[in-house]
Design a protein around this ligand. Structure first.
Ligand code: PGA
Length: 250
């Protein structure tokens, strides 16, 4: 089964830097991705998407994703980007519910569901992020939190019978940018819970892990049976690290 490596470039790169890195990825990683049966999804910030789409135009193992989309189709929503626009300019994927947006209180469950609806209607493949905070982990609340966070995805999928594919990225908030990565059994436990919660969608939903993925972590993360890929933040902005992460998949 083809695996996914999603590079969430956050706001690390300017539009020119993003285009340059995408050009290097297209020239030097396309063959490696093909050999390892990986789709490499680059997710630059919104203003950089056009340049990245052009840069990877001839690289069939690469694709472009957005870091967010609007919860509405169109209208008076200053600063928002519509899912349909993202599709129009060449995105195939969109990250929804990233904790860096969730924690700022910017997204209610209702908004997340609408964002998912917009993404699905525009035929973008959603990468839906879930994961507990350190406080929730310490209080042994992980399973409860994950169950609650899945609600918008379940609702959106129930109303989209024609849904082809969605990815769920398990990204513990305490692991993002911290250098900490949960061990394999912890990730497997969460995946087993996802299997339970999402019965009936198992053929269309795949799981990613994200949070401090670097080259060392990628070595063993590729061996975790439930995972269909990795969501990589900071390390994906460093070409050599990204090459190792892609290269370690056997
Ligand atoms: P990180 O970020 O790899 O820099 O920890 C991951 C993410 O937030 O998607």
């Amino acid at each position: 089964m083809q695996k996914l490596v999603v590079g969430n470039w956050k706001m690390y790169l300017t539009a020119n830097q993003a285009r340059s890195l995408a050009q290097i990825c297209a020239a030097q990683l396309n063959d490696l991705c093909r050999e390892n049966d990986i789709k490499l999804v680059l997710c630059p910030s919104a203003e950089a998407i056009n340049g990245v789409v052009q840069a990877i135009a001839d690289a069939d193992a690469l694709a472009v994703g957005a870091q967010d989309c609007a919860s509405e189709q169109s209208g008076a929503f200053t600063g928002q980007v519509a899912a349909a626009s993202l599709k129009e300019i060449g995105c195939a994927y969109v990250i929804i519910g990233h904790s860096e947006l969730r924690v700022r209180g910017a997204e209610s469950d209702d908004q997340l569901e609408k964002k998912l609806q917009q993404a699905l209607a525009a035929e973008l493949t959603p990468i839906f992020c879930i994961g507990e905070t350190l406080q929730e982990k310490k209080a042994d609340q992980t399973n409860h939190v994950i169950k609650e966070q899945l609600a918008p995805l379940k609702k959106a999928m129930a109303s989209f019978k024609s849904l082809k594919k969605a990815y769920i990225a398990y990204e513990p908030v305490w692991a993002i940018g911290s250098g900490l990565v949960p061990d394999a059994p912890t990730i497997e436990n969460v995946c087993a819970q996802l299997d339970q919660e999402l019965q009936g969608y198992s053929d269309r939903v795949r799981y990613l892990y994200g949070g401090s993925v670097d080259a060392d972590a990628a070595r063993w993360l590729w061996q975790v049976p439930h995972l269909a890929g990795l969501l990589v933040g900071k390390a994906s902005t460093d070409f050599q690290l990204l090459k190792k992460i892609v290269g370690y998949k056997q």
